[in-house]
Ligand binder design. Structure first.
Ligand SMILES: Cc1cc2nc3c(=O)[nH]c(=O)nc-3n(C[C@H](O)[C@H](O)[C@H](O)COP(=O)(O)OP(=O)(O)OC[C@H]3O[C@@H](n4cnc5c(N)ncnc54)[C@H](O)[C@@H]3O)c2cc1C
Length: 560
């Protein structure tokens, strides 16, 4: 096996967590190797300007042979609770999306590539609210984080400035703050139209805070409102990690990014400290990267998988797992959406993917029949071209289809909500010893079930989305998507949770393993809760900056 020069830090994964650590530790002078399983994508080669753009929502990364193999498995999907039948996903022309009495197997959306899932994300840049970190002390549910809003505030500010986040500070539902680095984007025609409904119900539809430039900044142009954020931003106006933190990190000279490098194991020495990793390069040749410290940033599915696959005589249950907590408390995405048609043209194909949000229910409310925060929003998501209309909105073929398209293209929009799923110990990522991936590595097995709390939250979301649609004067609801019977996971976390007690958590508030002082887990897996339905990446970035400061100071003190 070929060996490479020892580095100070080996980072596994270059997404929302890994990219920020690479930048921050590179800035502090560390030699850093970033091993990224996926390839580099060149934004200019994204396919928004190609004929088949609608067929491929985003790049997957990895060779096609890999995609053909199992990427993860799941147990028997849970039986649907018949009391919530009304939450089934359906479309006017297709009927039910799931005709069985069980939930569909989980569909986990992520990207393998330099920049991770931020290549594909919609650029929402949310700070969690203060109560999001203290659900146990404030409401007696779930668990408190070992840090609070005040600990992350300076890092939120630093990262927003670095990225050039746009937004409004006139949000009564968020902690008071100064102005955003850039002004908010103007609401799209579609959002303005739907806002009428929010207004009538006394809800506040506000410009979203976005990691998408509202004016040129740092050599990148402002957004051109093509609405293609989800397909990869050709303009580089969306601040995905490949056009922000990573190029700056690489330019320092002491940070090397190695694409197409799939780590299969983190190794330890006889003293129980990590000393590097074993990985496959693009030709599937096994290599070793030696390092004085390892930062694991492979995401909430792959990070616990790698830890559990890194067994040794010293750590027979996997690394960082003396608590038995690695892989536990997996949190998925609780989402509900209605697609509505308006009589008039609202040009929903232009704008930004999620340019508006309402945080009225971000803080849990006593009067609700469930606990947890919910954020409402307006999004065109998949309603940008004729193919998607044909698949789920436009009936018939030939002239019937064309007539519908002439009458309704640009008239459809989604009103949706994302809520926080409370952590449950039995929702897990474990190892499936029976199934191996393209590289011969045992895959992760996903076990996720909805609780009564999740179902009650979904009921609330469904009712409210429909009320908003009605108040806005939408002609009809033509489609409903719901986590009740489909499991569409885009925001995930919790599988290596942080905490004070080493028997109940995997890492401390600085993402340092309780068991192994030179191993850090810095990505969405360290989350304790989901912060009231807000999007996670800005919090991942802030945690990563804070953890990096800690690493620098601990190394200086000789503690690591
Ligand atoms: C459709 C969609 C829209 C979203 N929109 C938003 C949004 O608007 N705002 C927001 O805040 N969040 C959004 N998210 C969620 C957000 O993208 C993720 O929460 C975030 O990227 C997670 O960061 P991470 O560092 O944990 O993992 P990732 O960003 O997924 O990065 C993990 C990286 O590790 C690499 N990796 C994995 N295993 C290995 C291995 N064994 N060896 C080497 N490398 C490995 C992967 O290839 C990947 O590049 C969205 C997600 C999706 C799918």
């Amino acid at each position: 096996m070929s060996k490479e020069k020892e580095v100070d830090v080996c980072i596994i994964g270059s997404g929302a967590g890994g990219a920020v650590v690479a930048y921050a530790l590179g800035r502090a002078g560390f030699s850093v190797a970033v091993l990224e399983a996926g390839p580099r994508f060149d934004p200019i080669r994204y396919h928004m300007n190609k004929k088949e753009w609608e067929k491929n929502p985003y790049p997957f990364g990895g060779p096609p042979e890999e995609k053909a193999k199992n990427l993860y498995t799941y147990g028997i999907p849970e039986k649907l609770n018949p009391s919530y039948e009304y939450l089934r996903s359906k479309s006017k022309i297709r009927g039910f999306y799931n005709n069985t009495d069980r939930r569909k197997p989980p569909s986990i959306q992520r990207v393998k590539g330099v920049g991770g899932t931020t290549l594909h994300y919609q650029g929402e840049a949310h700070r969690f609210s203060a109560y999001g970190f203290k659900p146990k002390s404030l409401y007696g549910v779930a668990e408190d984080w070992p840090l609070g809003y005040e600990d992350l505030e300076p890092y939120y500010e630093e990262v927003e400035t670095f990225l050039g986040v746009s937004g409004t500070n006139q949000n009564p539902f968020k902690p008071p703050r100064g102005p955003f680095p850039h002004p908010p984007h103007e609401l799209s025609c579609a959002s303005k139209r739907v806002k009428v409904g929010f207004d009538k119900l006394g809800l506040h539809l506000l410009p979203n805070s976005l990691n998408i430039l509202s004016r040129p900044y740092d050599g990148r142009p402002a957004c051109n409102y093509c609405n293609g954020c989800y397909y990869g931003c050709m303009m580089r106006a969306k601040g995905s990690m490949d056009v922000t933190f990573l190029p700056k990190a690489e330019a320092m000279g002491n940070v090397e990014i190695k694409p197409n490098s799939v780590v299969r194991e983190i190794t330890v020495n006889k003293h129980g400290r990590v000393n590097g990793v074993i990985y496959f390069d693009s030709k599937k040749v096994e290599k070793r990267q030696k390092a004085k410290m390892v930062v694991l940033s492979a995401g909430a599915l792959e990070s616990p998988r790698l830890l559990l696959n890194s067994r040794s005589s010293l750590f027979p249950d996997g690394l960082a797992n003396t608590s038995g907590m690695v892989g536990k408390f997996f949190m998925e995405t609780i989402v509900y959406a209605v697609t509505v048609l308006f009589t008039e043209q609202i040009h929903s194909y232009k704008g930004l993917q999620i340019d508006s949000r309402a945080w009225d229910y971000n803080e849990p409310r006593k009067e609700n029949s469930f606990f947890g925060g919910v954020v409402f929003g307006v999004s065109a998501l998949d309603l940008l071209g004729p193919l998607r209309y044909a698949k789920s909105l436009a009936p018939g073929w030939g002239s019937e289809h064309k007539d519908f398209m002439r009458k309704y293209f640009g008239h459809a929009i989604n009103i949706f909500a994302i809520g926080e799923q409370l952590p449950q110990e039995n929702n897990t990522i474990s190892i499936d010893p029976e199934v191996k991936d393209y590289y011969g590595i045992p895959v992760a097995k996903v076990t996720t079930k909805l609780s009564k709390n999740d179902l009650e939250m979904l009921s609330f979301m469904s009712k409210k989305c429909k009320e908003i649609a009605k108040a806005a004067g939408a002609e009809e609801i033509v489609r409903e998507f719901s986590s009740y019977d489909l499991s569409m996971i885009s925001h995930m976390g919790g599988t290596c949770r942080m905490g004070i007690n080493p028997n109940k958590s995997v890492v401390n508030s600085y993402c340092q393993s309780h068991d192994i002082k030179n191993l850090f887990i810095i990505d969405s897996s360290c989350f304790v809760t989901q912060g009231g339905g807000d999007s996670p990446s800005l919090t991942i970035h802030a945690i990563a900056l804070r953890a990096s400061d800690y690493i620098v100071s601990e190394v200086k003190k000789g503690n690591i």
